[in-house]
Design a protein around this ligand. Structure first.
Ligand code: GAL
Ligand code: CA
Length: 342
């Protein structure tokens, strides 16, 4: 009898052990997503519009028995601040994170924190370098194909130049241009500039680069850079290529401030298709922009967040190299901009 009793307690003990082992995070399907979203800078126009899309997408995931909570943090450009914010988000119980790195070359601290607490990270918009993505197998990236955005911008500019001979205002057979660039070191700045310029050249457009200014994606910085470039090059600038819409709008602001007449203006090209960018295209102030698919990116982030938390639906997601999701870009000239306005 006594032996039987010992045997039974032993069995219960083993069963309990097994049960506890099965309780590891990830294997039990949680009833909620608690998503922490860390932004490098929430004043950034494109990202603030992306954030609205993300809220919409998360609302869609919510059901009576599946709760979705989203908490956002703004690092105001500092990686140190962001590291602390990620720690707070994890301490507050987030079971998945979306991180828009302040410094895309410095994610180690965040990766260590996430790994120690087994909280998967979906990086977005600011792509970590490949070696960092290999630090842990629960790291993902959602973004867009930077090269494509430059190619599309270059094609739009080449078409506009070919179809309107007046673009070459001094009639020297070349297009004198300036570039407004985003943050140095950002994948979307370097690659967009290179591929836009190469595409124009391949399209048979003779180019002469007059100048280049860094304006960190920012409209008022772009206005200042543009005012400097105008004063250096007087009426010579025929084309302004901007790495994003806010900087193209800043360049337009500069010319408006100086009261340039329409016939003396260069042509302007942006990327993003922000609300103000699309409006400027429809108004004929910006020749064209390239639509950065924030709806698609937000949807991919929300679906991936749900999949990593619940363990369901991962097979249906199409990854590049197992971890990356890249959304496409679309041309938005005056004829097509309407289709992107909400
Ligand atoms: C780019 C976007 C810019 C800016 C930047 C921030 O993809 O075109 O406007 O938002 O991301 O990382
Ligand atoms: Ca010219």
């Amino acid at each position: 009898m006594k032996e039987k009793y010992i045997c039974l307690t032993g069995l219960i003990f083993i069963m309990l052990l097994c049960f506890c082992a099965c309780e590891k995070p990830g294997t039990v399907q949680p009833g909620k997503i608690q998503l922490g979203v860390a932004y490098y800078n929430q004043n950034d126009t494109f990202l603030s519009q992306l954030n609205e899309c993300l809220k919409d997408q998360l609302d869609r995931l919510e059901t009576d028995n599946f709760e979705v909570i989203m908490t956002t943090r703004d690092a105001a450009g500092s990686q140190r601040t962001q590291d602390d914010q990620v720690k707070e988000l994890i301490d507050a119980g987030c079971n998945v994170l979306c991180v828009n790195l302040a410094d895309r070359t410095d994610p180690s601290e965040i990766i260590d924190l996430a790994r120690e607490n087994d909280v998967p990270i979906i990086f977005f918009n600011r792509e970590p370098v490949a070696e960092d993505m290999m630090q842990w197998d629960k790291l993902y990236y959602v973004g867009a194909d930077a090269q494509l955005s430059g190619i599309l911008q270059g094609e739009l500019a080449a078409d506009a130049i070919r179809s309107d001979k007046k673009t070459d205002r001094n009639k020297d057979g070349k297009i004198q241009y300036v570039v407004l660039e985003g943050e140095p070191g950002h994948q979307d700045a370097i690659i967009r500039t290179e591929s836009a310029v190469n595409t124009l050249k391949k399209g048979g457009i003779q180019l002469e680069k007059l100048s280049c200014g860094i304006a960190n994606w920012n409209r008022s910085q772009a206005q200042n850079r543009m005012l400097q470039m105008i004063s250096q090059h007087q009426n010579q600038i025929e084309l302004v290529l901007a790495n994003n819409d806010d900087m193209a709008l800043g360049a337009i602001d500069a010319y408006e401030k100086l009261n340039y007449t329409e016939s003396a203006l260069p042509v302007f090209f942006g990327i993003d298709g922000t609300d103000a960018g699309l409006q400027a295209v429809l108004d004929g102030k910006m020749t064209a922009t390239v639509y950065n698919d924030k709806e698609g990116q937000a949807q991919a982030m929300a679906e991936l967040a749900a999949a990593v938390v619940t363990g369901k639906g991962m097979e249906e997601i199409e990854f590049v190299n197992g971890r990356y999701i890249y959304l496409s870009y679309y041309k938005a000239d005056k004829e097509h901009a309407d289709a992107f306005v909400k």
